[in-house]
Design a protein around this ligand. Structure first.
Ligand SMILES: Cc1ncc(COP(=O)(O)O)c(C=O)c1O
Length: 450
């Protein structure tokens, strides 16, 4: 890519990346994005697991415009409106056992709302000593300070460590990097130990992603894990918060990634894909039995945000969910999932590919220097980032991440294509990705800096 004027400091934009030029996107259509220079990109990760319905949806655009014409904003403490009522109905119908939806903007907002709700619930239920929140290590739950505290990603937290609060940790269930089937992290024994060590009477909640996101690269815990977690949470009266900001909303082939295990969390956090990315929209879902406690007590969740329950963003959500329902897109993820993973099998043979994993239209590829020992590539090589750049050069957008092996080293590429992707486009995705992997692999001399 040649540096253009869309780079720092030539443009007035304070970009997310200050050391690279940006292609400027002019329009999108389905899984494709087209820039102003005439280049096209297959969006294989929906930006950041967001564009679930593809780009350029006239239906969602029209629904948002129609709502903006009626009224653009009212405050959630003063009024309600059809988009909030309809969206909450649609979300709760999709989530049996969870009958109230608090509507927000970013995933991190909804994570914070869930953490605060858990503490407020116990305080108003007469158990104010239940304040601790347990979370997995590694994990990621967002970038605002409480969400950042909840996550365990050393590199993201380093600069702000004196502003963050401590969360007791539970080793994440990560089969590829576990010590074997007896690993207490895989059996939830480690979770029980952490609850007992913190003191069950002081634990308010446990927050976790049902399928690991960027921090463990789509790692799927063993079959019995979540049922065991559910049982232990019930035994010790710990609220189970499922953070499905990344893995939820149908991407894995069921609306909730916990559905295949028959597990219902106490609080469900959704974001990213629920508006298809057409508006910043997230939600915290809870059962009435919990919300009733706050309704009888203080009367309101202590998490106030100006743009919660926003009419236009809710309208985007209503339109996105009705498209998912009418076009049976969750079922489509379930059907395309095995096919997608079969096509990705082609990558397994590559000497740097340690594992390809995931479920439905969510996949993670972990790269290693040595397949046998699973030794990660040294961070200095920045393999994941080089691969993402090589992919972009080939007109393919993928999501890189690192640090999964030991907090610093470890390279991942994540894939989360729009639910509407065709089988031919899946072939194109794998073709371009294989080519990018070969190029990135050629550019690193494995072992030299290890
Ligand atoms: C699992 C998970 N939770 C929460 C968040 C935070 O969402 P947002 O960036 O919309 O605040 C993310 C973002 O990547 C995520 O992956």
């Amino acid at each position: 890519m040649t540096p253009g004027k869309f780079s720092y400091p030539d443009s007035p934009v304070h970009y997310r990346r200050l050391k690279r030029p940006y292609p400027k996107i002019a329009r999108g259509e389905g899984v494709w994005l087209h820039d102003t220079e005439g280049r096209s990109y297959l969006d294989a990760c929906g930006g950041a697991y967001v564009a679930a319905l593809g780009h350029g949806s006239a239906l969602i655009g029209e629904a948002m415009a129609a709502q903006a014409r009626r009224f653009g904003y009212v405050n959630g403490t003063q009024f309600t409106h059809d988009p909030a009522e309809d969206l909450a109905r649609a979300l709760t119908e999709l989530s049996p056992g969870l009958d109230k939806a608090y509507l927000l903007a970013n995933g991190g907002d909804a994570v914070e709302a869930a953490l605060k709700f858990a503490r407020q619930y116990w305080a108003e239920a007469g158990r104010p000593e239940k304040t601790k929140i347990l979370s997995l290590d590694p994990s990621y739950h967002g970038n605002t300070l409480l969400a950042l505290s909840a996550g365990a990603r050393a590199s993201y937290k380093k600069l702000f460590s004196d502003w963050l609060v401590e969360f007791p940790r539970v080793p994440a269930p990560y089969p590829y990097r576990s010590t074997g089937p007896e690993d207490p992290a895989l059996s939830a024994e480690a979770f029980e130990r952490a609850v007992l060590s913190a003191g069950p009477d002081t634990v308010a909640a446990f927050i976790a992603e049902p399928i690991g996101g960027s921090s463990t690269g789509c790692s799927v815990p063993p079959e019995k894990y979540w049922r065991r977690i559910r049982a232990l949470c019930d035994r010790y009266q710990v609220l189970f918060i499922a953070d499905e900001v990344l893995c939820g909303a149908g991407r894995t082939g069921t609306w909730s990634a916990l559905e295949p295990y028959g597990v219902v969390p106490d609080l469900l956090v959704l974001g990213k894909g629920i508006s298809g990315g057409y508006a910043p929209l997230s939600a915290m879902l809870a059962p009435r039995r919990l919300v009733d406690v706050v309704a009888r007590g203080s009367g309101s969740l202590a998490h106030n945000q100006t743009f919660s329950h926003h009419p236009v963003t809710c309208a985007a959500g209503v339109a996105a969910l009705s498209i998912m329902k009418e076009q049976r897109l969750v079922e489509r993820c379930a059907r395309l999932g095995p096919l997608f993973h079969k096509k990705l099998d082609a990558l397994r043979e590559h000497p740097l590919v340690g594992e390809v994993r995931g479920r439905g239209l969510l996949a993670g590829i972990e790269f290693v220097a040595d397949k046998k020992t699973k030794r990660p590539l040294p961070r200095a090589l920045r393999f994941a980032e080089s691969l993402a750049e090589a992919a972009l050069d080939r007109g393919l957008v993928v999501w890189p991440n690192y640090g999964n092996a030991d907090g610093e080293n470890g390279d991942l590429i994540m894939l989360a294509p729009p639910y509407i992707i065709s089988e031919t486009e899946l072939d194109e995705l794998v073709l371009r990705l294989s080519d990018a992997v070969n190029t990135a692999a050629r550019s690193v001399t494995v072992g030299r800096t290890s």
